[in-house]
Design a protein around this ligand. Structure first.
Ligand code: 1CP
Length: 352
């Protein structure tokens, strides 16, 4: 398959990419969703006085923030520092990321005309992404870089609700009640997310993760009908780039099989699902996860014992990438993540 991903042979043979391809590994690879960010004092220092979206558009900051957790923890992969709403901002949607809140959209999407007003994304919208990825891949050497995008449902929820939401009521009202607007919106976002992933891989990212954080708000039947076709479109396009695809959402225990079938090589499992069940539901695919992010607040020996259980359960899958079951909580003590990384690396991946 064609791929412009990093040509460094150490990246190709890394434990992270081997596990993502369901090949044997020398140790269980580890990275943490939201490993960069507020839990790190060096991140807080760098971000002082710089707005979130501005930091995502400055290659010098993106490079440094992405590298911080790799240096500190020796994790097996870096994740590109950005946000799922950045591509919308780049094409001109009027939105901001408000501190302590999250993404806020000034004019929520309601009609077909609102959807039509959102431009498609081309590489010319995001030259700063290409530059940051290229620099990062050079600096990372043998460590793979994960590119990412938001899946259509999760991105749509911000555009339709106008901000973070627990119930996704307006989103679902459109999904059930205005199928023409819903399909146009999902199709628009699928194109933007696929183009955004392509930019990252063409600049050298060697795996991608599609975040459908809020897809767990839908039932399996509704997921199949209203969500899955467009996630499949993004993952199929990403498959053509020749890199492994990770597909993750929160509270998606009932959807794991479908999320795999949408075109994932690795199914992300949140912490509510015992990993042994997640392995079964992933249907022969590699899995990623799934330590409860709150376990970092438990005594270290409790956290490490639970991490051992996760690694043991992961042995039943053809590939296992250790991660938390969702993002690092901002009040996490980084030293706990350092201990966790060392501990998982010390366990043999194949035998007790
Ligand atoms: O490790 C890293 O480098 C993290 C990079 C990263 C990622 C992967 C950020 C930076 N955002 C994301 C993805 C993202 N953004 C998701 C999917 C992952 C997940 O489920 O956690 C989602 C749902 C968002 C939307 C978003 N952006 C939220 C959630 C709001 C809600 O609905 O509850 C928030 C708080 C943001 C802002 C944001 N994005 C990233 C950071 C570090 C922050 C905090 C803002 C800041 O530091 O000023």
């Amino acid at each position: 398959m064609p791929s412009a991903a990093s040509s460094d042979p150490r990246v190709h043979d890394s434990a992270f990419l081997r596990a993502a391809r369901s090949e044997p590994v020398p140790h269980t690879p580890v990275w943490f969703m939201r490993q960069a960010g507020r839990s790190l004092p060096e991140y807080r220092a760098l971000r002082e006085g710089v707005a979130m979206l501005e930091s995502c558009m400055r290659p010098d900051l993106v490079v440094e923030i992405t590298l911080q957790p790799v240096r500190r923890y020796g994790v097996d992969a870096a994740i590109f520092f950005s946000d799922i709403v950045l591509p919308l901002k780049a094409v001109g949607v009027d939105l901001d990321i408000k501190p302590g809140v999250g993404p806020v959209v000034s004019r929520p999407v309601e009609t077909l005309a609102d959807v039509a007003a959102i431009p498609d994304l081309t590489p010319e919208h995001v030259p700063f992404i290409t530059e940051a990825v290229q620099t990062l891949v050079r600096e990372l050497g043998g460590t793979p870089l994960i590119g990412f995008a938001g899946a259509p449902f999760t991105v749509a929820s911000y555009l339709v609700e106008g901000g973070p939401s627990k119930e996704h009521a307006r989103t679902k009202a459109m999904m059930f009640g205005a199928p023409d607007v819903w399909e146009a919106l999902m199709s628009k976002i699928a194109g933007i997310s696929a183009a955004y992933l392509a930019v990252q891989v063409e600049a050298g990212a060697s795996a991608v993760q599609l975040f459908d954080s809020w897809a767990g708000a839908t039932s399996p039947d509704d997921y199949r009908r209203y969500v899955m076709p467009w996630s499949t479109e993004v993952l199929t396009a990403a498959g053509g780039l020749g890199v492994p695809r990770i597909h993750f959402g929160v509270g998606t225990g009932e959807l794991l099989g479908l999320m795999g079938d949408a075109g994932a090589d690795v199914v992300g499992v949140d912490w509510r699902v015992p990993l042994a069940d997640g392995v079964r539901r992933a249907g022969g695919r590699a899995v990623q996860g799934n330590l409860d992010p709150s376990l970092v607040f438990a005594p270290t020996e409790v956290m490490l014992a639970r991490a051992t259980e996760v690694v043991e359960a992961g042995r039943a899958a053809p590939g296992h990438i250790f991660n938390l079951g969702h993002g690092v909580l901002p009040s996490t003590d980084p030293d706990q993540l350092a201990r966790l990384t060392d501990h998982v690396h010390s366990l043999h991946p194949d035998s007790p």
